[in-house]
Write a protein that binds this ligand. Sequence first.
Ligand code: ZN
Length: 181
Amino acid sequence: MNFCPSCGAAVVRRIPAGDHLPRDVCSACGAVHYHNPKLVAGCVAESGGRILLCRRAIEPRRGFWTVPAGFMENGETLQQAAARECQEEALAQVEVGRLCAIVHVLHAQQVHVMFRATFASPEFGVGVESLEVKLAAEHEIPWAELAFPSVVFTLRRFLEDRAAGREELHFAAIERPPAQG
Ligand SMILES: [Zn+2]
C-alpha cells in the first residue's frame, strides 16, 4: 500500500505504539491500515460417489482442476459462500455438510475452509469461471492437474475418511506456492 485509502496521503511502514508488527500507517491522518488473511470457502460435492470438479477458466492456475471454492463475501456465512461457489462455478445446487479441512495458505495470506456437500438436485453445468465441469470417480481425479495444494489435501483427506466411513476435520499449513507447470 502506497497511499492512504482514507485521505490519499503517503503511507509509511512502521510499528504503531502498543503494537508488535510493522503496519501501513498514514503519514497525514495517522490511520493504521491492517492486512489480514482472506477466507476462501469451498466444498467437495458428491453425487453417486463421484466428486464435482471444475477446470478453471481464470487465473491463477487457469486450465487446472479444482473443487468449487472462492473468496467469501461480506454478509454471508461460510456455508453460504461454499454453496454460492458451487452455483457460480458449476451451476450446481448443493446442501453443505460437515467441515472437511481448514488449510492455512500462509504464502498467499488465505485460509481455505472446505466442507463436504451433497447435490440438492442432480443438474450441473459449466459456470462462467469454468472451462469444463465434471463428476469424477476417485480413480478419475486428475491429481497432477489439480490447481492448488489445498485442493489436493482436501480431496485426499475426504477420500480417506469416506473409505473409513467417517467425517473428520483436518488441518494443514502450506508455506510456499506450488511449482508452476
Ligand atoms: Zn490518511
